[in-house]
Design a protein around this ligand. Structure first.
Ligand code: ZN
Length: 563
C-alpha cells in the first residue's frame, strides 16, 4: 500500500518502435512483433496498479493505406500478445491535416489522460522518437525516450530521460514511483494523519534546509510540503538568494536566513564567530530532526556537523560522500532525476509523504493580483535574463522574440530583476510592457500567474510558471540536464540546441562564442511552440484554435479497440 499520492497514475506507450517492431503502415496482424521483453515489462506496470494506454500516430489511415477494420485487427493482435490496455488513442491524420492530435501535438495525451480519469502531469509517456517526447512535454506529462537505430542523436540529446530498452524504461518508472513512497524505506506508518494530529506520524519541529537560489528553493517545495504534512512545525534554513522564494512556500512556519560558505557561489572566508552564531541559532530552533536538501554537486556534511553540534538528534540528507556519524538517514539518488522528485525522495527516506489532498506538483502560497501595468491576463511573459548568463536568452534574440510575438498578435510583458532593467528595456523596446526591476518575487509570481504562457531560459521564473500551471516555452541551455532542471509537470516546449558544446558543463557563463545553444533560435520557433501549447493571440484567434485549447482533437479515435 503506497503512502501519499503517487507520482504517476498511468503509463502511455507509443506503438510502433516502442511496443512492437515498426512495420511502416502496417494493416496486417500477422506482421505484429512485440519488442523484446515488452509483455513482462507491461505486466510489471499492471501489477503495480498503473493504468496503460497506447498513443499512436497512424497516418496510414489518412493516406488510405489501410482501413479502420485492419487497424482494429492489428490492435486485437497487439492485445493478444501484450495483454489488455485501458485505452487506445489513435491519430488518423497526416501532417498536412494540421490536427491537434498528431504527435508532436499534445492532443492525444490530453484526451487519453481524461479517458483514464487522470491528468497529463500524472502520466509518463514512453516513445522512440522526438515527436513522442514533445507531445508528452507539451501536455505536461513526463517522457522517457527509448531510442531505436532510426532515432536521431538530436532527439536523444533533447529527451528528458533516456532508457536503453522498454524493460529498462519500465524499471525506471517503477523506481521513480517507489522512490517518493516512504513505505519503500520501511516507514509503514508514514501516511500523514488526516485530519492532522489524529493518529499517524506527527513529529514535532523539523528543520528543513535549502541554502541556494530562488529556483532551487521553489523545486524543493514538494519535499518541504511532505515534511510539513508529518510535522507540527517546519523551520526553513535558506540563504539570502533563496529568501524571497522561501516566503512563497506553503508549509513553512518560520525562516532562518544564513549565507552558508560551502554553498554560496560567491562565498566569504569562513568566520569562526559567524559559524558559532549559526550553530547557536540552529540550536535555538529546538528541532527534533533535520532534513537537509541539496543539489547533486553540494555536500550536506558541513551543515550536518553543525546540526550535531546544535544537538539535533536525527539528520537526513542525500550524500554520496561517506557521512560517518553525521547522518542518520543517508539517502542516495541517481543522476538525472527531476529536482523536485529528488527532494520528495529524500523526504520519503526520512519518513515523510505528501498529504492525500496534496499532490506531486509545485505550489505557492496565494499571490496578489498581477500588477495593472501587465494588462488583462492572457499576455505572454518574456523573461530574458538569468543570474547565470549561460542560462539566459541572448538579448538580441529576446528583442526579436518580443517583436515577433507582438506582430503575431500576442501582448508581451517583459520581466527581470532590479539589475536587469537595461536588458528588459532593450528587449521590450516600444512593442512590449517593461516590468524589469519593478516586481518583487511575489509580484513576479503574480505576473506569471496571469500569463497565457512564459518564455524563459533555465531560471527561477520557469518554476513559478510550473507552480501556477502556466505553459512554458523553455529556451533551455543544455549546461545541466533538462530532465533534472526543466519545468516540472507543466506543459512545456523545449527549444535550443541540446547537443551544443556547453552540454553538461554546468557553466555559469557560456563557454562557447556566440552562445550557440540558444543563439541559433528563430522567433518563429517560439510562435510555433506557443501554438503547440494551445496559446494563441487573443485578438486574432488562429484557425482551428478550438481544437487545441480544448485538447479534444477533431477526428481522434480514443475509444477502446480490440477489447
Ligand atoms: Zn490527428
Amino acid at each position: 500500500m503506497a503512502s501519499g499520492p503517487a507520482l504517476f497514475d498511468a503509463v502511455l506507450l507509443d506503438r510502433d518502435g516502442t511496443l512492437i517492431e515498426d512495420v511502416p503502415y502496417n494493416g496486417d496482424p500477422d506482421k505484429v512483433r512485440p519488442m523484446p521483453g515488452a509483455r513482462a515489462a507491461l505486466d510489471r506496470l499492471r501489477a503495480a496498479g498503473l493504468r496503460l494506454a497506447v498513443v499512436t500516430n497512424q497516418s496510414g489511415l489518412a493516406r488510405g493505406l489501410f482501413g479502420e477494420a485492419q487497424l482494429r485487427a492489428v490492435h486485437t493482435r497487439v492485445e493478444q500478445m501484450l495483454g489488455p490496455f485501458d485505452a487506445w488513442a489513435v491519430c488518423p491524420h497526416d501532417d498536412g491535416d494540421r490536427c491537434g492530435c498528431r504527435k508532436p501535438a499534445p492532443g492525444l495525451v490530453h484526451a487519453v489522460a481524461r479517458e483514464l480519469g487522470t491528468v497529463p502531469s500524472r502520466c509518463v509517456l514512453v516513445g522512440d522518437i522526438g515527436r513522442d517526447m514533445t507531445a508528452a512535454s507539451a501536455a505536461g506529462a513526463s517522457g522517457i525516450l527509448v531510442p531505436t537505430p532510426v532515432t536521431r542523436p538530436q532527439e536523444v540529446a533533447a529527451a528528458p530521460q533516456v532508457a536503453p530498452d522498454l524493460p529498462a524504461a519500465v524499471a525506471e518508472i517503477l523506481r521513480r514511483q517507489a522512490a517518493v513512497d516512504p513505505a519503500t524505506y520501511g516507514h509503514a506508518d508514514a501516511r500523514p494523519a488526516h485530519p492532522p494530529g489524529v493518529g499517524g506520524r506527527r513529529t514535532g519541529t523539523v528543520l528543513v534546509v535549502r541554502a541556494d537560489s530562488a529556483g532551487d528553493v521553489l523545486v524543493t517545495g514538494p519535499g518541504i510540503r511532505a515534511v510539513a504534512a508529518g510535522a507540527q512545525r517546519v523551520v526553513l534554513l535558506c540563504g539570502p538568494r533563496g529568501r524571497a522564494a522561501a516566503e512563497l512556500l506553503p508549509g513553512v512556519d518560520e525562516i532562518v536566513e544564513h549565507r552558508l560558505p560551502w554553498i554560496d557561489p560567491a562565498p566569504a572566508p569562513v568566520d569562526p564567530a559567524d559559524i558559532r552564531q549559526l550553530t547557536d541559532r540552529l540550536a535555538a530552533v529546538g528541532a527534533d530532526e533535520a532534513v537537509v536538501f541539496t543539489s547533486f554537486h553540494q555536500s550536506p556534511l558541513p551543515l550536518a556537523l553543525l546540526l550535531r553540534l546544535a544537538g539535533i538528534r536525527r539528520v537526513s540528507a542525500i550524500s554520496d560522500d561517506y557521512p560517518g556519524s553525521l547522518l542518520d538517514v543517508r539517502h542516495r539518488v541517481p543522476l538525472g532525476v527531476p529536482e523536485a522528485e529528488r527532494a520528495l525522495s529524500l523526504a520519503a527516506a526520512a519518513g515523510f509523504a505528501l498529504a492525500e489532498h496534496d499532490g506531486p506538483a509545485l505550489r505557492l502560497r496565494p499571490v496578489p493580483a498581477p500588477p495593472p501595468e501587465a494588462g488583462t491576463p492572457g499576455y505572454v511573459v518574456l523573461h530574458p535574463g538569468s543570474a547565470a548568463q549561460a542560462r539566459g536568452c541572448p538579448p538580441e534574440l529576446a528583442a526579436r522574440i518580443a517583436r515577433a510575438l507582438t506582430a503575431a498578435g500576442h501582448r508581451v510583458v517583459v520581466t527581470g530583476g532590479p539589475d536587469e532593467r537595461e536588458l528588459t528595456a532593450r528587449v521590450a523596446g516600444d512593442v512590449a510592457v517593461d516590468l524589469g526591476g519593478r516586481t518583487s518575487l511575489a509580484a513576479l509570481a503574480a505576473t506569471v500567474a496571469g500569463a497565457g504562457a512564459l518564455v524563459v531560459g533555465n531560471t527561477g521564473p520557469a518554476h513559478l510558471a510550473a507552480a501556477h500551471r502556466v505553459p512554458v516555452v523553455s529556451l533551455f541551455a543544455p549546461t545541466v540536464p533538462f530532465g533534472q532542471w526543466g519545468p516540472w509537470r507543466v506543459p512545456t516546449v523545449r527549444l535550443g540546441d541540446a547537443e551544443a558544446p556547453c552540454r553538461d558543463t554546468r557553466a555559469a557563463r557560456c563557454p562557447v562564442p556566440g552562445h550557440p545553444c540558444l543563439g541559433g533560435l528563430e522567433p518563429g520557433q517560439v510562435i510555433d511552440a506557443l501554438r503547440l501549447l494551445g496559446v494563441t493571440p487573443p485578438a486574432r484567434p488562429a484557425p482551428r484554435a478550438a481544437d487545441r485549447t480544448t485538447g479534444v482533437p477533431a477526428g481522434a479515435s480514443t475509444g477502446g479497440s480490440g477489447r
